[in-house]
Every structure is written in C-alpha cells, then in structure tokens.
Write a protein that binds this ligand. Structure first.
Ligand code: MG
Length: 169
C-alpha cells in the first residue's frame, strides 16, 4: 500500500480515539450539570468513536500493515455553557470530515480503490454526524432556553442506545 495512505489510516486510529475522549469529556460536563440525557448521548457517541478507531485498526490488520498506537491527546476544550459542547461537537465533526476527505484524496491519487471503498462508509457516516450535531444545536436554541423544553430534550437524549456500526470487516 501507498506509504502516505497507510500513514493517514494509522493516524486516523488516534484521531477517532481522541474523538471518543472528547465526547467522554462532554458526557462528564453534562453529568456535572445533572443533564443525564445529554451525558448519555455523548457516552454513546464515545462508544461509536471507539468503534470507528477499531474499524481503521482492523482494516490495517487485514491489509497486513503495521499499526503504531500513539498517545491520545488530552481533551482541552473548556465548556462554559450548555451550548458549548454542542457547538464544539459540530466543529469537531467538520474537522473529522476533512481528515476522511484527505485520506480519500491520497487513496484516489494512489489508485487505491480498496481503501476508497472502505472510506465510503465513513464519508456517509460523516454526513450523518454533521447533521446530528447541527440538529442538536438548533434544537437546543429552539427549546433549550426554557426549563421544560430542556427537560424534554434531556429525556429524549436519555433514550439513545448504542448500536454496533453497520460496517463489519
Ligand atoms: Mg468518528
């Protein structure tokens, strides 16, 4: 496999684990505010990100590539309002989309159609992640200022359950 593509795939393992870390930090923040539903939402999100990391790991293993696990950065975002994590999540997902696009670009340059096909799932996933993150912001702005509205949103996010990724390698 192309060296640059392999490097970026390996790097993405770390980026996805960092995403999981970031979402755990958001879950902690909402837990401190006693918004258990929002905390649950981000706990589930963290599990999804761990799954993404493991998919990149598995893909490298299957293709006989050496995997190097690096230290995961400390989540360094500071949340000063209930809206902060929602906005930072949306911003973070756009960054992850850009990372996926970069790997896709390199794979395309290298005529690595296998990796492009593998990444297709993540391209779709990122569309969903950005949409979900944006929806959480707009719903908070619409309903979250009102205590009853916030209570109902929190109840709804309490119902989110973990589901294994639809991509199986
Ligand atoms: Mg991810």
């Amino acid at each position: 496999m192309n060296e640059k593509v392999a490097f970026l795939l390996n790097q993405q393992i770390n980026k996805e684990f960092y995403s999981a870390y970031l979402y755990l930090d958001m879950a902690n923040y909402y837990d401190e505010q006693d918004l258990d539903g929002y905390a649950n939402y981000y706990m589930v999100q963290a599990q999804e990100e761990r799954d993404h990391a493991l998919l990149f790991l598995k893909y490298m293993q299957i293709n006989g590539l050496k995997v190097t696990l690096d230290a995961i950065d400390k989540p360094d975002k500071v949340f000063t309002s209930l809206l902060d994590p929602l906005e930072m999540a949306a911003e973070h997902e756009r960054y992850v989309t850009a990372l996926i696009n970069d790997i896709y670009h390199e794979a395309h340059q290298a005529k690595d159609y296998r990796t492009m096909k593998f990444l297709d799932w993540f391209v779709d996933e990122q569309m969903e992640e950005e949409d979900n993150a944006d929806t959480m912001i707009s719903r908070y702005k619409l309903f979250g200022q009102d205590p009853k509205g916030l209570y109902l949103l929190d109840q709804e996010y309490a119902a989110r359950v973990y589901a294994a990724p639809s991509l199986v390698l």
